[in-house]
Structures are given as C-alpha cells and as structure tokens.
Design a protein around this ligand. Structure first.
Ligand code: SF4
Length: 77
C-alpha cells in the first residue's frame, strides 16, 4: 500500500507583493510580516488544511506559493 504523499507549501518571497489573499484563505499557514510580505508559519499541509492551502496558492495573484507533494511541485488548475 502506498503512503499518501507528504504535502508542504513554500513561498518564493522574491515575488510577493503583499496582497494578503493567502492570509485570508489560510490564516493558519500564512501571515504578513511588518513590511506586508508573506511568512509561511506552517509549511506542513494536513489533509484537513489542504483545501484552504490550495485556495491560498491559487488565489495568490503573483504565483508566490507552491504546493509540493514529497518535495515535487503539484500542478493546480
Ligand atoms: S497572496 Fe501572494 S502576493 Fe499576496 S501576500 Fe500572499 S503570497 Fe504574497
């Protein structure tokens, strides 16, 4: 039996423009720092949090966030 892949989320901070859409979608995984840029507060994505994190990744207007499965990027629509 295959184990479920381990999901994590990472941010390319060079691209972040501080819109905060990620924080609205998944405040348990993202916050903004004092300058308004994203901080990933929890990179581990549980099955329970998966929907919120995917919403954050897909709503980010700058494509800052990536969902990884066992370290490999997951293509999201
Ligand atoms: S939605 Fe994207 S650009 Fe906006 S704060 Fe989050 S990561 Fe940065």
């Amino acid at each position: 039996m295959d184990a479920e892949p381990k999901l994590t989320v990472v941010a390319n901070l060079d691209l972040c423009d501080g819109y905060g859409e990620c924080v609205k979608a998944a405040p348990d995984h993202f916050q903004l720092d004092d300058d308004g840029y994203v901080v990933v507060t929890d990179e581990n994505v549980t099955p329970e949090a998966q929907g919120r994190v995917i919403a954050a990744v897909t709503r980010c207007p700058k494509s800052v966030l990536s969902l990884l499965a066992d370290g490999k990027p997951v293509d999201l629509p």
